[in-house]
Design a protein around this ligand. Structure first.
Ligand code: G
Ligand code: G
Ligand code: NA
Ligand code: MN
Length: 255
């Protein structure tokens, strides 16, 4: 069990990094923000995917500490970019939340982190999977409403792969739906998945939500999604997740 003082943010060993993948406005091609993705480079074992260690961290309870570290690191980095690049003063940062972080103390923890990073809540976006929300939808709604009071943005991640009932969807104060990359990658011009993607985008927009298509790898995918009025895109077609230095370089080139 890892104990850390309530008023201090846990700092993991130097093997952990936050990487940043650009999120691009499909209408203009401009970078609108980044998604933070944790990376672990183990001295002996090499790269260990978060898909492997996040579930372990969730089981051991370490996820709360790691999650707070990712949040603080991400908010500080965004603050620095906003100050450094006047063209990107409205850039947002999206951070993944585990279901284990969806507790009644989340808002207090985030208040502390935003204050420490000196970042207004409206620039922070939280990504939560459909599955995590549906573990306890009623308490998720209560937590989301608290977060919205701080103008924090909320996204449903991997939308379409879980079991989010439409009856709930309109009760969640959600700003953005992220279309799961499995739909994007199986999408071809006339195929079944194109219809699914089209329908998700239409559903989101009719509920007043924006959309992000993830896992865009090719120009035709990007063009097709732009044609469907998808708001944002993310994927290797634009850029892989980058370390802070390379993400900064990208912003320098684009400004
Ligand atoms: O980028 P990548 O393939 O490594 O991500 C694998 C999985 O790990 C994805 O589901 C992603 O959402 C998750 N992940 C990456 N970073 C974080 C993080 O900081 N917190 C949580 N909870 N999940 C993350
Ligand atoms: O679960 P979540 O959507 O947060 O996971 C993001 C994951 O998707 C990360 O592992 C990230 O590295 C990966 N990713 C980002 N862009 C692409 C892409 O274009 N193709 C593929 N295959 N994976 C991607
Ligand atoms: Na995500
Ligand atoms: Mn996703």
């Amino acid at each position: 069990l890892l104990l850390y003082p309530e008023n201090k943010t846990y700092s993991p060993p130097g093997e952990f990094y936050v990487y940043y993948q650009p999120i691009v406005a499909l209408g203009t091609g401009k970078i609108a923000g980044f998604e933070s993705l944790i990376r672990w480079f183990h001295p002996e074992k090499g790269f260990i995917s978060p898909a492997v260690f996040i579930p372990v961290a969730e089981e051991s309870g370490l996820i709360a500490a790691i999650g707070e570290w990712v949040l603080l690191e991400s908010c500080r980095q965004l603050k620095q970019w906003q100050a450094q690049f006047s063209d990107f003063s409205r850039l947002k940062i999206s951070v993944n939340l585990s279901s284990r972080q969806l507790t009644s103390s989340l808002c207090d923890r985030i208040d502390r982190i935003l204050a420490e990073a000196d970042l207004p809540g409206k620039y922070l976006k939280l990504e939560i999977t459909e599955t995590a929300i549906m573990e306890d939808p009623e308490s998720a709604i209560a937590i989301f409403q608290e977060l919205k009071k701080r103008k924090i943005q909320l996204s449903i991640d991997d939308f379409g792969t879980g079991y989010c009932s439409l009856a709930y969807l309109h009760r969640f104060p959600i700003d953005t739906l992220k279309v799961d990359r499995s739909f994007v990658q199986k999408m071809s011009q006339w195929g079944e998945n194109a219809e699914i993607v089209h329908t998700i985008i239409a559903l989101a927009h009719s509920l007043g939500m924006e959309t992000i298509a993830e896992g865009i790898e090719t120009m035709p995918q990007m063009q097709q999604l732009r044609g469907l009025n998808c708001t944002f895109g993310q994927g290797y077609f634009f850029a892989r997740p980058l370390d802070a230095q390379n993400a900064t370089r990208l912003l320098k080139e684009k400004k």
